[in-house]
Design a protein around this ligand. Sequence first.
Ligand code: URA
Length: 267
Amino acid sequence: MTMWPDWERNFEIARAALDWQVEMGVDEAICDAPINRYDLPGRVERAARPVAVPPAGASGQPATADPVAAARAAAGVATSLAALRDELAAYPHCELRQGARNLVFSDGQEGARVMIVGEAPGREEDLQGKPFVGEAGQLLDRMFAAIAMGRAHPDPRRALYITNILPWRPPQNRDPSPGERAMMRPFVLRHIELAAPDILLLMGRIPAMTLLETSEGITRIRGQWREVGGRPALPMFHPAYLLRNPAAKREAWADLLELQARLRELT
Ligand code: URA
């Protein structure tokens, strides 16, 4: 029988515990300093995790049992983008808010002619509270710079306004569930109304499915003009997809040229 020194045994136990957590999907530490739970005094009773649920939206609407109806009511009372953000921040029904660091509402210029709707914040977006600031976002910025447009462009004709279907990061960047998409849809539709862009770009499968209420795949519908709330909407490949499939950049470029042509037509 092998007799391990204590330190080696403790190391192996700690490593097994860490491996188990990684296997369960833990991908980041949430405290600056580690906590040795074996050293905590007494037995810690397991209590249900308190959930910070506001009793009512900023609109004063009572929380209702139907999350989609509640979302419609809350979004409907917002008369400005700032008010819509407040309504989202107060909306209690989407559990993703519990795990997110920040609500990611929008970036870019209000009043831009082009509004981009993406899927959901990832890790970087959750940390910074802004959409499309990670690797996919950097590609997005380069794509639009190629047609002289950008989120920080001072000219509204060349500026972009950017949001996502979900304002909170889903755990492990999983796809939003149908329930989460249905809850957020009224907020995104109101967001579009209030931002009033000339053209919408639907970046990827999730915004296309959610706003067009279609089950058609993005490969089939990208580059085809559709309508959302009476505005022209162009589904495109998501930049994260382009990072994985660089050959599809050819189609993305064609879609950017299509956007340019449509903007000229509408001027
Ligand atoms: N992907 C998205 O769809 N949105 C983001 O904000 C970041 C990555």
